[in-house]
Design a protein around this ligand. Structure first.
Ligand SMILES: NC(=O)c1ccc[n+]([C@@H]2O[C@H](COP(=O)([O-])OP(=O)(O)OC[C@H]3O[C@@H](n4cnc5c(N)ncnc54)[C@H](O)[C@@H]3O)[C@@H](O)[C@H]2O)c1
Length: 473
């Protein structure tokens, strides 16, 4: 399958825009791809000669970017020129939950989508296919079309009159596995009304995705499918976490339960891992958006159903922090707790909505001293997430206020701690040497394994009390 598209502009050089366009450029060397962003620092990082400094950490991304950058993949802040030159423009800007005004706390804030649609309307030349790559509330394409239609027919310079076609092409990649997800997607979804434009986009993906995996729907089904996919995935996490709590109370083991139910092909084995709850920029935001839409259409019972998935997630996080306090004799004031992992999942530097944020904030509120180690997340990010700056030295601090600092190795974090709390499933945590670590801790010492990743019997053999999520025995 070939495509008539020769130049692509992607607005938004974030976790989705950067990796997605890198893979398109890699697989379609005949297409010039320019990723633009208003954020100069982010663009500079994408252009950094040192590929370990790319602003997004994803395994394999550096290799793909290294292959294409400067050839047919470009990162720039020159938004207007890139739009003017493009046959196809992807909108891959952020769509966070609104923090104020109508729908605050639930609806998506569409100001960046609207601004980028207006930029496309102003700068595009000739015919332009506009692709919604951001996750959007169902029927947003109507707004995008209305903005573009207002500029339809205008002539820029000596060119042909402007015309637009709008497609929805939501992104299903998961952070941490973005490159394999993009290179070998379960499916690509294209929603639209104009078959020539759908064919043009399908032709791009057709360079490496088998045609039976390229699904075509109407615009609204495509927009709603993305919200629904995330809602179903998050629902599985909340479901298994609810059962994990029951396992802990009854002597059952959630790993055994998950294995037993996952063997049923109607249920399937994936996404049945109990843990500290879901995080990331998408699940909560997209479900809240679904809740808002259901409320808007008067479907209040449906809204309440999906709201409970988010509520259970927050409950699970508070449950874990409460449980840590209870096991540490009812108080963590002044106690040092090693936090292993801050990113919302392994193999990413993204901390948006990370379970670690809520759990660490709870423990800080209780006066704990947190020694945080994450292989990819640094002080500045943690400070902005926790809303408190790092302290210089946990040991000399006198007040009963909570405090934190980061450590450069797990051993440094664990030293003198009363407890270790594992919050991200970084593979290296599976092989931590508890025989070596346990003696560094103040006894009696605890391991709280919220990711079921540590070697439990080795930790117990080293004298630690161990709690593992969902394990009642
Ligand atoms: N992160 C994920 O795993 C994931 C997966 C699937 C879908 N999505 C969706 O994709 C969209 C983007 O997510 P993200 O994680 O890449 O966000 P992000 O915040 O990492 O990146 C968005 C970028 O857009 C830029 N931007 C905003 N307005 C702009 C404008 N007018 N002109 C130029 N640049 C502009 C911002 O500066 C920012 O760098 C969201 O709708 C999200 O829900 C995200």
């Amino acid at each position: 399958m070939t495509s008539s598209v020769r130049t692509i502009c992607c607005i938004g050089a974030g976790y989705v825009g950067g990796p997605t366009m890198a893979v398109i450029a890699d697989r379609c060397p005949q297409i010039q791809v320019t990723v633009v962003d208003l954020n100069q620092a982010r663009i500079d990082a994408w252009n950094d000669a040192d590929l370990s400094k790319l602003p997004v950490y994803e395994p394999g991304l550096d290799v793909v970017v290294g292959r294409c950058r400067g050839r047919n993949l470009h990162f720039s802040t020159a938004v207007e020129g890139a739009i003017a030159a493009a046959d196809m423009v992807f909108l891959s800007v952020n769509t966070p939950t609104k923090t104020k005004g109508v729908g605050a706390g639930q609806a998506s804030d569409l100001r960046w989508i609207e601004a980028s649609a207006r930029q496309v309307a102003a700068c595009a030349q000739g015919h332009t296919i506009v692709v919604e790559k951001s996750t959007l509330p169902v029927r947003t394409a109507q707004t995008v079309k209305a903005i573009l239609n207002a500029a339809q027919g205008e002539v820029a310079g000596v060119g042909t009159p402007k015309s637009f076609s709008v497609l929805s092409n939501p992104e299903f990649l998961a952070e941490g596995t973005a490159i394999p997800d993009l290179e070998s997607p379960d499916r690509v979804l294209i929603g639209g009304e104009d078959s020539a434009s759908i064919d043009a986009l399908a032709g791009i993906y057709g360079q490496w995705v088998p045609s039976e995996r390229i699904l075509r729907t109407n615009l609204w089904s495509s927009e709603l499918s993305k919200l629904t996919a995330n809602a179903f995935l998050a629902q599985r996490i909340s479901s298994i976490n609810s059962i994990a709590a029951l396992c802990e109370s009854t002597g059952a083991d959630v790993q055994e339960v998950a294995h037993a139910i996952g063997a049923d092909s109607r249920i399937g084995s994936k996404f049945l891992k109990a843990g500290p709850g879901f995080g990331g920029s998408c699940f909560q935001k997209d479900i809240l958006n679904l809740v808002y839409l259901c409320g808007h259409y008067g479907l209040h019972e449906v809204a309440a159903y999906w709201q409970s998935v988010v509520d259970l997630n927050a409950w699970q996080q508070h449950r874990i922090s409460r449980l840590v306090v209870e096991r540490l004799f009812g108080t963590v004031t002044g106690k040092r707790i090693a936090i292993l992992g801050f990113a919302f999942k392994a193999d990413t530097n993204d901390t948006r909505e990370a379970p670690a944020i809520r759990i660490c904030q709870d423990l800080l509120e209780e006066g704990a001293r947190l020694a945080i180690y994450d292989p990819k997340v640094g002080d500045d990010q943690i400070s902005s997430d926790l809303g408190v700056p790092a302290t210089q030295d946990l040991t000399t601090q006198q007040s009963a206020e909570g405090s934190w600092l980061t450590c450069s190795t797990p051993a440094e974090a664990v030293k003198h701690s009363d407890a270790v709390l594992i919050l991200t499933e970084w593979a290296s945590f599976a092989s931590l040497d508890w025989k070596q670590l346990a003696p560094l801790m103040r006894q009696p010492a605890w391991l709280f394994d919220a990711r079921s990743i540590a070697d439990r019997s080795a930790a117990e053999a080293a004298g630690l009390h161990v709690w593992r999520v969902g394990c009642g025995s």
